[in-house]
Design a protein around this ligand. Structure first.
Ligand SMILES: [Zn+2]
Length: 342
């Protein structure tokens, strides 16, 4: 089985994102939001069948760990109440996708975060998504301010209520920022990669893994700048007398393969042990075009992994085994959802 651990519902029915615009406008005007629009099963089927499902089939992957559109989380917009309603609506839609295509999609939750609002607010949504929807992980935004970095670092006890839930449910978090509202950042060009790098650096210098020995984080987009600068991080750990970087992080931190060229994948596989790499493409997402150098989509990342000089055992770990290990509830959920498939 080939499991893509990083996909977002970027093709959701138009009225879903339309409602979000109305919700934020109503909030600005001090009015209640309009009622949620009706979205039929057929509308959802249509957006998936011609999009992510078609690409799974064309590219030869089987299952996508699926979450709401990341840039659309918009934690910097509105307030805690609007974030709660929006996260609830987005997660419900993911649950409906997973129910309609139970063999192809397993859910991951976005959280109702807001800048400078305690992440304690996220706990009821985590409970709901795990217990009612069968979701297997969460996306945790280290910067709900959208590029202004107004919240404490991930090393701070500020985040510990979320970490307690992650440990309790055995669900990992993907460290994933949302859209940038600071014009110095391009959302997917720099803010995402910066969020990945910042998140890793905050966690590696923290006590989080001592306090939560079983907790797991995925650093997406190939780990941002981390694998390329592994020597810098090793040296920083050494200078700070933290011990070996590999001992510090490799039981708890994992990297996905959303890297859009072969040399980048070669570097990732050379630097990071196969046990810590999870296959992912983030399709349909940040980069949608075709690479004129190869004639294939940049985000068709399976093609790069296929070209790496990996043993069959390591390739199986990257494509499937690691995802089943890192997402502790995944295997049970796959079995359960498959049993409901028509
Ligand atoms: Zn993403």
């Amino acid at each position: 089985m080939i499991i893509d651990c990083h996909g977002h519902y970027t093709t959701s029915p138009r009225q879903h994102e339309g409602w979000r615009g109305e919700q934020i406008e109503a909030h600005k005007a001090g009015k209640p939001p309009p009622p949620r629009p009706t979205i039929t099963d057929d509308e959802i089927r249509e957006t998936i069948a011609g999009g992510q499902l078609r690409m799974q089939r064309e590219r030869g992957t089987d299952l996508t760990i699926f979450s709401p559109r990341a840039a659309g989380m918009g934690h910097h917009l509105g307030d805690a109440t609007t974030s709660e309603a929006w996260a609830g609506a987005c997660n419900e839609l993911i649950y409906r996708v997973c129910s309609l295509f139970p063999k192809n999609f397993v859910g991951v939750a976005m959280l109702p975060q807001s800048a400078r609002v305690s992440p304690r607010n996220c706990l009821p949504e985590i409970d709901r998504c795990v217990n009612e929807y069968g979701f297997v992980g969460v996306n945790l935004n280290p910067d709900p301010s959208g590029g202004h970095w107004q919240d404490p670092p991930l090393s701070d006890r500020y985040w510990y209520r979320v970490y307690e839930k992650m440990a309790e449910y055995d669900i990992p978090a993907m460290i994933h920022v949302s859209a940038a509202c600071n014009p110095v950042y391009h959302t997917t060009g720099s803010h995402y990669l910066n969020g990945d790098t910042v998140g890793f650096n905050q966690l590696m210098t923290s006590s989080v893994f001592k306090d939560f020995p079983t907790i797991k984080f995925i650093i997406p987009h190939g780990g941002g700048a981390v694998p390329y600068h592994w020597g810098r991080f090793r040296g920083l750990a050494q200078d700070a007398k933290l011990g070996l970087l590999s001992d510090l992080v490799l039981k708890n931190i994992f990297f996905d393969t959303c890297v859009y060229h072969l040399p980048g994948q070669e570097l990732l596989a050379k630097v990071i042990p196969a046990d810590n790499i999870l296959f992912a493409s983030e399709m349909i997402g940040a980069v949608r075009g075709v690479d004129p150098e190869t004639g294939y989509h940049y985000d068709d990342t399976k093609r790069y992994i296929d070209q790496l000089p990996l043993s069959a055992e390591d390739q199986a770990k990257i494509f499937e085994g690691n995802a089943r290990r890192v997402y502790g509830r995944l295997s049970r959920t796959i079995e359960k959802q498959s049993a409901t498939a028509v």
